[in-house]
Design a protein around this ligand. Structure first.
Ligand SMILES: C[S@@+](CC[C@H](N)C(=O)[O-])C[C@H]1O[C@@H](n2cnc3c(N)ncnc32)[C@H](O)[C@@H]1O
Length: 274
């Protein structure tokens, strides 16, 4: 399969969590990813745990991101920006912006305003530090806000993007519908998210790396015992490929398609607000 080819909803291979599991309802399987949380003994819901986890790892997040991905994450983000360039958006929302890497990169598109939203105050604080350093305070704003209840009005933005965020939503469909609501009709949404490589050899290598090496390094550097075990677990059960394209369609996006990156370790999904 060519790495740079767009796959449409029909062509995209089905994988993820749709295999029937005895004793489990289809609707439960569809949303099984929601049950994956970082802190297994916590009584808090997924959203609170996710905010807590990212608050904990925020100071080390950028370093670990680039280190654990061998720096490839930067090239994936560049591809997101390249896709958006064609639309020449003047207003962009970066959902689950975290430490604002993608928002900062989007300033290359020369928009009037980039708005980054996130639920983790500490991630935003790290991001704001970088924005000040780059003197981009006039162009980029960061708002602490839940993607499942976005504070902006309907049809506010020319484009939307989410990098490594949707997998962490408590309610994926609610989040996607909210993003759709705040985009203008015809606006693109570009989603960058981890996926699972399917190619023999790469698949096993990646599984070993993500199950053993990544959690060990992540744990020792971030000092959060759970965060980097949650990462492969959440990737494993996330509805990827055509399952995700279907969720985009259900949320009100049309012309949905997927592009696989680096042996399918990550994917870019594109949809247009109808
Ligand atoms: C893996 S980080 C990605 C950050 C950034 N987009 C990047 O590419 O590095 C995921 C981010 O999603 C945020 N997040 C998770 N659920 C969210 C929600 N419901 N609303 C807003 N942000 C959320 C987390 O706080 C975290 O900062």
């Amino acid at each position: 399969m060519s790495v740079n080819r767009w796959l449409s909803g029909v062509e995209a291979p089905v994988s993820g969590v749709e295999a029937p599991v005895s004793g489990v309802e289809a609707t439960d399987i569809k949303n099984i990813y929601m049950t994956i949380t970082p802190y297994k003994n916590s009584k808090s819901g997924k959203k609170e745990q996710i905010a807590e986890m990212f608050d904990n790892i925020a100071p080390k997040y950028d370093f670990l991101n680039h280190f654990l991905s061998f720096g490839i994450d930067k090239s994936w983000r560049k591809k997101v920006i390249k896709i958006l360039k064609k639309y020449q958006p003047k207003t962009i929302i970066d959902v689950a912006t975290g430490t604002a890497d993608l928002a900062i990169m989007a300033s290359k598109l020369n928009p009037d305003k980039i708005t980054g939203i996130d639920i983790s105050a500490q991630m935003l604080s790290e991001g704001w530090g970088k924005i000040i350093k780059k003197q981009q305070e006039d162009k980029i704003e960061l708002v602490q806000c839940d993607s499942e209840s976005i504070i902006f009005e309907d049809n506010s933005f020319d484009a939307g993007m989410v990098a490594f965020g949707v997998r962490n939503f408590e309610n994926l469909d609610k989040g996607l519908k909210e993003i759709n609501r705040v985009l203008k009709p015809g606006a693109p949404l570009v989603v960058l998210e981890f996926s699972k490589p399917k190619q023999a050899g790469i698949k096993q290598l990646y599984a070993f790396y993500s199950k053993h090496i990544l959690p060990a390094i992540g744990k020792s550097i971030s000092k959060d015992n759970a965060a980097y075990s949650y990462l492969p677990e959440s990737i494993n059960l996330f509805p990827e490929d055509s399952l995700f394209l279907k969720r985009l369609e259900d949320a009100g996006f049309i012309n949905v398609k997927q592009r696989k990156l680096t042996f399918g370790i990550a994917s870019i999904y594109l949809g247009i607000k109808a």
